[in-house]
Write a protein that binds this ligand. Structure first.
Ligand code: AMO
Length: 434
């Protein structure tokens, strides 16, 4: 088969290097630009890893000359030096195959020269991803997930998958999506909380990377109704140990070299400008945070939850990452353990980045009698949790864990001010398509 009939590439654009000068290569991607200067034209072809310049003349010029930008194309030709200021090398085309033409007008300009609002971009997400700025967020996302898996597996965590269709609430009754399931009531999981706790009974240390659902009527830049969470749970560790683990996971995600070495090639090198937060991460108590806010004139009572405004103020006081630990027990879910030296407080923590909450976690109740009592205290019916409670009677070890809002971590890593930038097809109260 000739190269022309073949739909395969021999190289990605970033692989067309000096060593290939004089050789025939075949690249495939889409037409970003055509500059026709008479007898020759210069074509910029982009693929996921970069862009290359192609020189067209005679036959190849007549094939490609008037073709619409963003059409899918395969070009084969000889690699040579270029006089262009943008490309040290170029490909002198021998064969050009416009595989599928793009239909104009396109809904957005994926080169980014004409900017579009996020909603318009999300409506045409597949095309939006042809913009290298957008695609690099998702290349990074994939690499960071890999990095987190590597960190957790190196600490003896077992990756698990728990059901997303469930028969009773995992985080209490609020914010649940319910639906009919073969004449029974079912819900979409809000978190893997109950399952991950059950699993440490035997597996000792587990993590899950999965999507969860919250029927939250929130119209903010940090809430979605479907989000990706990294959840961990481990036996025989306390909440300070859980914070150590969170810190190590987070710290590794900011290590550019660790992340990029695990991706194919150098695609992200030029595009990444990861923030450089300070480590180790401060561990402030809820009380210290409240006192800090009082000094700033914020009027809030001890025991109150931190409002959006308070968190924004705290974010101004503490830039970058900080933990808020020892929250009032009444603000925390039923499974969180109280502090042994102050029953009003809990062995819990959140990890903040400025105003943004990234992680929530803590030590859990392992005594079934106490857990049952906490359910009742919170107005929940222990009967609805009987399958969960009985597991605790089979020798439940003390345990701790956390849940990390992965899309929010990606906001921090990519300097995005809207969570929708970091999710391919975000779901919120308004958006169900595409
Ligand atoms: P929590 O409800 O705080 O804790 O959720 C954990 C983390 O998930 C992220 N998150 C969200 N991200 C986007 N959109 C949302 N609507 C949304 N809701 C939450 C946040 C949050 O910190 N079971 C506990 C975790 C644990 O204790 O292990 C839980 O679900 O970043």
């Amino acid at each position: 088969m000739s190269v022309f009939d073949d739909i395969h590439r021999t190289h990605y654009t970033d692989q067309v290097q000096e060593t290939l000068i004089g050789q025939v290569v075949s690249i495939a991607g889409w037409i970003e630009d055509i500059r026709d200067i008479g007898k020759v034209a210069f074509l910029t072809i982009r693929d996921i890893r970069g862009a290359a310049q192609v020189v067209l003349s005679a036959n190849t010029l007549s094939v490609a000359k008037d073709k619409p930008r963003q059409s899918a194309i395969i070009v084969s030709g000889v690699v040579q030096h270029s006089k262009s200021k943008d490309f040290p090398l170029e490909i002198k085309a021998e064969k050009v195959n416009i595989v599928t033409e793009a239909i104009h007008p396109l809904p957005i300009d994926p080169t980014g020269r004409v900017e579009s609002a996020i909603d318009k971009r999300l409506d045409s997400r597949a095309l939006d991803l042809r913009n290298p700025k957008t695609s690099s967020i998702f290349l990074l996302r994939s690499a960071v997930l890999d990095n987190i898996r590597t960190t957790l597996r190196s600490k003896a965590f077992v990756e698990v998958n728990t059901p997303k269709i469930i028969g009773s609430a995992s985080e209490g009754g609020a914010n649940l999506f319910g639906f009919e399931y073969f004449k029974k009531q079912a819900y979409l999981a809000q978190s893997p909380q109950l399952y991950k706790e059950q699993l440490i009974l035997a597996l000792d240390r587990v993590f899950e990377i999965g999507v969860y659902f919250r029927a939250e009527n929130s119209h903010t830049v940090r809430h979605l109704t479907e989000f990706l969470s990294v959840d961990i749970e481990a036996a025989f560790i306390n909440y300070e140990d859980a914070m150590d683990l969170a810190e190590e996971v987070i710290r590794n995600t900011f290590n550019v070299n660790k992340i990029i070495d695990r991706t194919d090639g150098d695609v992200l090198h030029d595009r990444l400008q990861l923030p450089t937060p300070r480590f180790p991460i401060d561990r402030l108590t809820y009380e210290q945070c409240i006192e800090g806010l009082w000094k700033e004139g914020e009027k809030l009572e001890f025991g109150e939850d931190l409002s959006d405004a308070s968190l924004r103020k705290l974010g101004e006081i503490h830039k970058g990452f900080y933990f808020i630990k020892d929250w009032p027990l009444k603000l925390k879910p039923f499974y969180i353990h109280e502090k042994l030296d102050n029953l009003e407080l809990s062995q819990s923590f959140d990890l903040q980045y400025g105003y943004l909450e990234l992680i929530s976690g803590g030590q859990r109740h392992h005594d079934p009698v106490k857990l049952r009592k906490r359910l009742i205290d919170q107005g929940l019916n222990p009967m609805n949790f009987d399958r969960h409670l009985r597991v605790f009677g089979w020798g439940m070890p003390p345990h701790s864990g956390w849940g990390l809002g992965f899309d929010r971590l990606m906001m921090v890593l990519t300097h995005s001010d809207n969570i929708r930038e970091t999710v391919l097809y975000p779901r919120d109260t308004e958006r169900l398509i595409p």
